[in-house]
Design a protein around this ligand. Structure first.
Ligand code: AMP
Ligand code: ZN
Length: 475
């Protein structure tokens, strides 16, 4: 079975079939660059990164476009508060955004279009919408007429009547219908403005994404992503604009991630409960943070608290430890009897990993499959000190590809502090070397004593023609 994804458009899991053979085009709503991104935002961007990586693992050529919103009320406000120009504010925070993505090993988008560099394209789209009768101009503002687009509400399930009721509080006499939304906003005092057929002004947020998505990915493309707050009104409006313009479906699959929460509440700037990626990285490594953020399924909320991130840290350590133990096994040319079993277990677990990811990117189950590999490796290392080179590299490569290439978690071995098991391994090797020397000198009493004492400590020692082998008794 192939990949299945939960499509918000239709609210069900569907088989994923890309528009073009072997190629997947993705649009991810990017940040509004007025501040540092927080780890809730990071959850959304990491999830998009994992979708991209997994599709590549599955052999697709992926093109990912993610915008930078660099004209917005929040940026204007920030500029007024700080006295810095709007350009400077967006420059500072878009640089910071890319630095944070890099730190989290989120691969950069193929294209990161900025809204302010696409104003003429947006004006053209708006003009077309007016000509086609989907939009109207009032005193330098342009609004989209939601009643003209029959499918309005198909993504969010919001019925127009409900919207009209809900919108009653915000009465804007310029709008024909309260649910209409702005495509172009006429200039206000102190705001940046561009010249347009409707006078000086600036584009609305929704038109930005529709215009840039179509410019870089075509009128119809495969996947559109973002956090679930974007379903309405942002994505609903993106669909309305694009589909009224082209008469074709806009994005075919809509994927939305759930919240990262704090004490059950959405992490958000307005609630004052955010932790920026920068601050989190002062305490936790990027690997731990990333591992934590994918430890829940993307459609389930994930609560950020000390215990759960500490748990993620411990779990990731277990994975790295097993990899380190595998790598430290001595290599030999022939295959031992436990190795077939180890390989079979690892290959089976790899299949489970793929099945989990094929089932709507179930990362917690995929991680469980990696833990099956970890257990198989540990059992092997407890019983053996050596491994055939080919087995070692197959097991290592399997884990590395899934962990690093697909989940984006760089393996950290070697540069970490030595673990207890490393120290135990080295100590036992040292004691056995001394014992070997005693045997060579025919100091049987001392060499037998060493063996006895090691056995009392739970080590099994076997003298073979190839040398002394040891393992820990299974507990
Ligand atoms: P914004 O810059 O606010 O548009 O957010 C950028 C992305 O982060 C959007 O896809 C949001 O939906 C997403 N996002 C914001 N807060 C959270 C959160 N607490 N948990 C998960 N995703 C979030
Ligand atoms: Zn968007």
């Amino acid at each position: 079975m192939g990949l299945r994804v939960f499509n918000t458009l239709g609210m069900r899991k569907e088989e994923f079939v890309p528009l073009r053979d072997g190629e997947v085009r993705i649009y991810v709503c990017g940040p509004t660059v007025y501040d540092f991104i927080h780890i809730g935002n990071a959850r959304a961007f990491i999830f998009a990164d994992i979708v991209r990586r997994y599709l590549e693992y599955r052999g697709f050529n992926v093109i990912l476009v993610s915008n930078i919103t660099d004209v917005d009320d929040k940026i204007i406000r920030r500029s007024q508060e700080t006295g810095l120009s709007m350009q400077r504010i967006s420059e500072i925070y878009s640089d910071a955004y890319f630095e944070d993505l890099d730190a989290l090993n989120v691969r950069r988008p193929n294209v990161s279009p900025r809204a302010t560099q696409h104003i003429s394209e947006m004006i053209e789209v708006i003009q077309n919408l007016i000509e086609k009768g989907f939009a109207y101009q009032v005193d330098g503002d342009v609004y989209f007429d939601v009643l003209k687009f029959e499918d309005y509400g198909k993504l969010s399930g919001n019925k127009l009547e409900a919207l009209e009721m809900g919108a009653r509080i915000e009465v804007n006499p310029k709008k024909r219908n309260p649910a209409d939304f702005a495509l172009w906003k006429s200039r206000k005092e102190g705001e940046p403005a561009w010249y347009s057929p409707w006078g000086w002004g600036r584009p609305g947020w929704h038109i930005e994404c529709s215009t840039m998505a179509m410019k870089y990915l075509g009128e119809t493309f495969d996947i559109h992503m973002g956090g679930k707050d974007l379903i309405f009104p942002h994505h609903e409006n993106e669909i309305a604009q694009a589909e009224s313009l082209t008469g074709k479906p806009f994005a075919r699959y809509w994927l939305h991630n759930e919240w990262l929460t704090v004490g059950g509440q959405k992490m958000s700037k307005s609630l004052g409960n955010i932790i920026t990626v920068r601050d989190a990285l002062k305490i936790y490594s990027p690997q731990v943070l990333r591992f934590f953020l994918i430890s829940a399924h993307y459609r389930s909320p994930l609560d950020f608290n000390k215990e759960s991130i500490e748990q993620a840290k411990i779990n990731l350590e277990k994975i790295f430890n097993a990899i380190e133990r595998l790598l430290s096994l001595k290599e030999r040319s022939e295959r031992g009897e436990d190795e077939e079993f180890l390989l079979a277990q690892v290959r089976e677990a790899k299949k489970r990993f793929e099945e989990a990811m094929d089932d709507d990117f179930n990362t917690p189950l995929a991680i469980a499959a990696i833990f099956d590999m970890v257990r198989a490796v540990n059992t092997y290392v407890n019983r053996n000190g050596e491994i055939e080179a080919a087995t070692k590299s197959e097991v290592y490569e399997t884990i590395r590809v899934l962990l690093e290439d697909v989940l984006g978690i760089k393996i950290e071995v070697g540069k970490r502090e030595k673990t207890r098991s490393d120290i135990i391994n080295s100590l036992v090797e040292l004691i056995l070397e001394v014992r070997q020397e005693m045997r060579r000198r025919k100091e049987w009493e001392i060499s037998d004593k060493i063996r006895e004492r090691l056995q009392m400590l739970g080590f099994i020692i076997e003298d073979t023609p190839q040398g002394t082998k040891w393992r820990l008794k299974e507990t």
